[in-house]
Design a protein around this ligand. Structure first.
Ligand code: SAH
Length: 345
């Protein structure tokens, strides 16, 4: 069976031509898929015989809402989607002045093992397909009625650990006959998987690369993020400089402020030293408390921000949305899994 939602427009055209259809059918099917149809019967401009043929040749699965939490404070919506195989993933709709943003997951679970993150505790189950990546955007828009203008790949999973699917997804979501979301409205966040950063640099896309830095020194970073033992932070900074040179795009560095671990002035100084020569933006994130983690939120965020700014860096503190609805990283999926576990006991 063909996974029709994961096909790019040229692939769809070829596929349909192989079934003896004219080339323009590709575009028709492609735009239906970007509108979130639930069955081939909804594709009303296709001949009946073709719809029947597609039903026997292709999978057209849709995610269903397993849970949905709406923040009474700011309208943030957290979705827990159930996929065709019963696995669940999260997406979050955030309403900003500059437009509606959806934060999507790239994998079911995560194998990166960051010590402060809820998404990785139970490991990775599987990669998502390009169609499942796209559906998070399409169905968040459809269910909420909020037109989506921005996408952040910052949900559960490591995008660079599933880069083939992610690159294909970018092509799908960016296409004028699809959702037509511009690359400059898309951010991709990585914990620092260097081969992925290098490969993305080769594509020279205009999206925003976010790097989860969390510590500028090897010792602290290895303690927080096992990925640093494979790809050391010094090499990471070198890859970031190369990325900037190749793409001309400013990188955004994510930095969760952890009490007594990564919030010291010398660490701000080291960030500045390592970013010299490229325009970096540091996004300071108030640490979300994860029950299983020994880390607590820093009380020095403002001082750390000032210290970074004293070196001429731009540093912002992330405004937190959806605090009343478990909107942070993997928390809803974990809660649902835990409750499933209790039910089956
Ligand atoms: N794997 C990718 C994207 C998913 S995580 C990455 O690591 O970038 C999205 C962001 O949330 C990352 O910057 C991650 O480090 C951060 N994060 C994870 N757990 C957090 C927590 N408890 N508090 C604050 N930020 C957290």
């Amino acid at each position: 069976m063909t996974d029709i939602k994961s096909m790019t427009l040229p692939e769809l055209r070829d596929f349909l031509q192989g079934l003896g259809e004219p080339a323009f059918r590709g575009k028709q099917v492609f735009s239906w898929l970007s509108r979130g149809v639930g069955s081939f019967d909804e594709m009303s401009n296709l001949p009946l015989s073709l719809r029947e043929r597609l039903k026997t040749a292709c999978i057209l699965s849709v995610p269903t809402v397993a849970r949905k939490q709406v923040s009474a404070k700011d309208g943030t919506i957290k979705y827990l989607w159930e996929l065709a195989d019963g696995n669940c993933i999260e997406s979050v709709l955030m309403r900003y002045h500059h437009g509606n943003t959806v934060c999507i997951s790239s994998q079911v679970g995560c194998r990166m093992g960051c010590a402060f993150c809820a998404s990785t505790i139970a490991g990775k189950v599987r990669d998502l397909t390009p169609g499942e990546l796209l559906d998070q955007v399409v169905f968040t828009q459809k269910d909420s009625g909020a037109p989506i203008s921005n996408i952040v790949l910052m949900g559960i999973g490591e995008p660079m650990d599933n880069l083939d699917a992610v690159l294909k997804f970018l092509e799908l979501v960016n296409h004028p006959d699809g959702l037509n979301i511009g690359m400059r409205h898309i951010s991709l966040s990585t914990c620092g998987v260097l081969p992925g950063i290098r490969r993305l640099a080769e594509q020279a896309l205009q999206l925003t690369l976010s790097v989860s830095l969390h510590a500028p020194d090897s010792e602290t970073r290895s303690r927080l993020m096992p990925v640093n033992r494979a790809y050391d932070v010094e090499e990471l900074f070198a890859a970031c400089h190369a990325y900037f040179e190749k793409t001309g795009r400013r990188i955004s560095f994510e930095y969760a402020m952890i009490d007594g671990v990564n919030d010291q002035d010398w660490q701000a100084d080291l960030i500045a030293k390592r970013l010299k020569g490229m325009p970096g933006h540091v996004n300071l994130i108030p640490l979300n408390d994860v029950a299983e983690s020994p880390f607590r939120p820093s009380r020095r965020t403002a001082a750390f921000q000032k210290r970074l700014e004293s070196h001429g860096l731009t540093a912002t503190v992330r405004r937190s949305l959806g605090g009343d609805i478990d909107a942070a990283c993997g928390q809803l999926r974990r809660k649902a899994e835990a409750e499933k576990g209790e039910d089956s006991q």
